[in-house]
Design a protein around this ligand. Structure first.
Ligand code: 2F8
Ligand code: CA
Length: 127
């Protein structure tokens, strides 16, 4: 069994929280190189799990394909959503999702994809 430093198991996925900061796309590339992708949040438990790290971080959410239509990196629409108050407010060209107000249950923000943030990857380990 190969144990990778930095991965945390929660339910049926393992998650990697970076210690560096990168753009959204470079963060996604990093996850993919690790055999994962940016996190897809589809339950309240997973949202609470992601919030516990108390760090601004990119998640697998973007409306780059169709402005105003937020989708997960696997192409699925949002099943649950935890946008922060008045978010997404993308007027300034913010097309990538991050966790920002992590002290609130509703913590998602849209952010400029070119900004550098920490990120969280997810790899499914069972169904
Ligand atoms: O108030 C919410 C707002 O806060 C910042 O803009 C002032 C965020 N941008 C950056 O931190 C660069 C916005 O994404 C966010 O909506
Ligand atoms: Ca925003």
């Amino acid at each position: 069994l190969k144990v990778e430093l930095g991965w945390v198991l929660f339910k049926c996925s393992t998650y990697y929280v970076s210690s560096e900061k990168k753009t959204w796309q470079a963060s996604r590339d990093d996850c993919r190189q690790r055999g994962a992708d940016l996190i897809i949040i589809n339950s309240e438990e997973e949202q609470s799990f992601a919030n516990q790290f108390k760090v601004y971080m990119w998640i697998g959410l973007t409306d780059l394909q169709t402005e105003g239509t937020w989708r997960w990196v696997d192409g699925t629409p949002l099943s649950t959503s935890y946008w922060g108050t008045n978010e997404p407010n993308g007027a300034r060209g913010e097309n990538c999702g991050d966790i920002k107000s992590f002290n609130a249950k509703n913590s998602w923000n849209d952010e400029k994809c070119a900004n550098s943030l920490n990120w969280i990857c997810e790899k499914k380990v069972c169904q």
